[in-house]
Design a binder for this molecule. Sequence first.
Ligand SMILES: [Zn+2]
Ligand SMILES: [Zn+2]
Length: 235
Amino acid sequence: MYFIVSGGYLGLMGSPIVWVGVHRLHHQKSDVDGDPHSPKDGFKHALYEWMFDMRSVQSDEEMRAQVPDLMADPLFRKLGDDHSPWQAQLCLGLCIVFRVIIWAVLGPIGLAANIFATATIFWSTQLVNAVCHLPNVGYRSHNTREQSRNVWFVGLLALGEGWHNNHHAVPKSARHGMAWYEVDVTWYAVWLLEKLGLAKAVIRPPKSLQRKAVESVESAFSFDTGAEHILVKQE
Ligand SMILES: [Zn+2]
Ligand SMILES: [Zn+2]
């Protein structure tokens, strides 16, 4: 688990406890008051400004109460369990040290490739927050209570996270792309880990929702009506 979490941490995502605490709050308050990063509060706010003002929407105590599972891990606690600048600075410092090591071992091309990959993943994750909750971008396959959308280019860039309406419909599912053409690189990796015996108790979306996702996309393309109309038809 630490190996996989290190991918996010060394990609400038900050303390895992804080990251998960903020994300669980997003699911509880999606697109209503208290959502840490809804584009209803402005595109720039949802893209990155929210990171600098988290204490106004979530106290440190509330954040810690969101993640009793991760709080039980001493290493995660050492990486930061509050919204102080300290945990972000620690992450930044360790990310710089890691890149100095990459530069020493792999040289400037290795370092440039790593910085490019880091920037792509960092901003793709922010795009999920900002773009995949915008009305009129992408489509909706499920009538969830917030305004999340499936957006193909965020799906590709963020390795599956951009099928965000699917994710909000079944948040615990490891698979976000429900139709075969909803490319979900993260799911392919989890599937492979499961086959190798390295991932257990993997949660999949119910078959009924998978079928619904495929039907809604096919209908949207064949009638050119837009997903909102499809939802009206289904109700
Ligand atoms: Zn969301
Ligand atoms: Zn989520």
